[in-house]
Design a protein around this ligand. Structure first.
Ligand SMILES: [Zn+2]
Length: 342
């Protein structure tokens, strides 16, 4: 397994994006993402930190450099982790030990992290490979998956305990009041923080600019409907956010106008659902694997095989729950989808 994929050069100097809010960007070993944004919020005698970065020596050095530059001799006094994914939770243990903190997370994200770090749940390598094969991924793609997928436990170390946060909690950080909201579809219960007075959203992976958030069906819940959960979350956000909201996303650049981006994301998924229907002619049954080439024009690396298969299935399952497709587990052990005949 290739766990040392070459990382691109990125701008890692901390930048103050709003008064008292600093962005620290660190690299991740995933080709399509390149980097993850961590946030340091000035908070009286200390700082609140949001997310941890992928866990390796290079990132730890960048954290130490960033702290030296931003903290002005003050400590990190609070750590909030948006969700369990390795680029967000990786250095949990290091940061926890360094500053004497337990991370604040939702209970579901904490549980997911603890399972994944033991190669269970989202990180059951064999289970995933079998599931992609059952869903029609080619032998070539399965080989690529086996060679290149990046395993969770190579980049994540957790603390022994956590502190639970739930939607509706409020944090006062540096004089700003932040409301905890959570989102589903990308990960089990992802935390976002919204400051209504200044109209700023710390978005995690829920709303990203330029790229779309991965929304996948995973092998342990083959009948999940994560696309519905993701779109429902966007509906909830749309009622709160504005066309002026300053969005601080976990990947790529901060941007203004949350509602315009939400509209784009909804449009994107509506188009993808239409495309999937077009790829399933009346009377023919197809696997998710058979849809990958038309759905994903770019060449996939082995780690992206997971996201491509998961996303194809998320759209297929959504159409099934809309009553447009039938899912069948056939005698050859392969899962296929076909149109409901009119
Ligand atoms: Zn994520």
């Amino acid at each position: 397994m290739n766990t040392t994929a070459k990382k691109p050069t990125i701008q890692t100097e901390p930048v103050e994006v709003a008064p008292g809010i600093f962005r620290l960007t660190v690299p991740v070993p995933f080709r399509s993402l390149r980097a993850v944004n961590l946030w340091l919020l000035a908070d009286g005698d200390g700082f609140t930190m949001i997310d941890c970065g992928w866990g390796d020596e290079e990132t730890i050095d960048l954290l130490e450099d960033g702290w030296a530059e931003v903290l002005d001799g003050k400590p990190v006094t609070r750590l909030i982790i948006t969700h369990f994914h390795p680029d967000h939770a990786g250095n949990c243990r290091y940061i926890g030990d360094r500053w004497g903190l337990r991370p604040k997370m939702t209970q579901l994200e904490w549980m997911a992290a603890n399972a994944a770090v033991k190669s269970l749940y989202s990180d059951d390598y064999e289970l995933r490979g079998t599931f992609w094969a059952e869903n029609g991924a080619s032998d070539e793609l399965i080989d690529l998956y086996r060679k290149e997928t990046v395993l969770y436990d190579t980049g994540v170390r957790l603390t022994d305990g956590f502190e639970r946060i739930v939607p509706g909690d409020r944090f006062t950080i540096g004089g700003r009041d932040w409301l905890v909201m959570t989102g589903q579809g990308h990960s089990p219960d992802l935390v976002m923080l919204y400051c209504e007075a200044d109209d700023i959203l710390i978005a995690g992976d829920q709303i990203l600019p330029k790229i779309t958030t991965n929304v996948s069906v995973w092998p342990w819940e083959p009948l999940a409907d994560p696309l519905k959960e993701f779109l429902d979350t966007l509906d909830r956000l749309e009622r709160v956010l504005t066309d002026r909201t300053f969005v601080l996303p976990s990947h790529r650049e901060p941007f203004h106008n949350a509602t315009a981006r939400i509209a784009e994301l909804k449009h994107h998924h509506a188009e993808r659902l239409d495309l999937v229907m077009e790829l399933l002619p009346e009377g023919e049954a197809r696997t998710a694997g058979a849809l990958l080439e038309p759905l994903f024009s770019r060449e996939l690396d082995g780690h992206q095989v997971n996201f491509a298969m998961g996303e194809a299935l998320a759209h297929l399952n959504r159409l099934m729950f809309e009553g447009k497709l039938i899912r069948s587990e056939d005698d050859d052990g392969i899962i296929r989808f076909s149109r409901v005949s009119r």
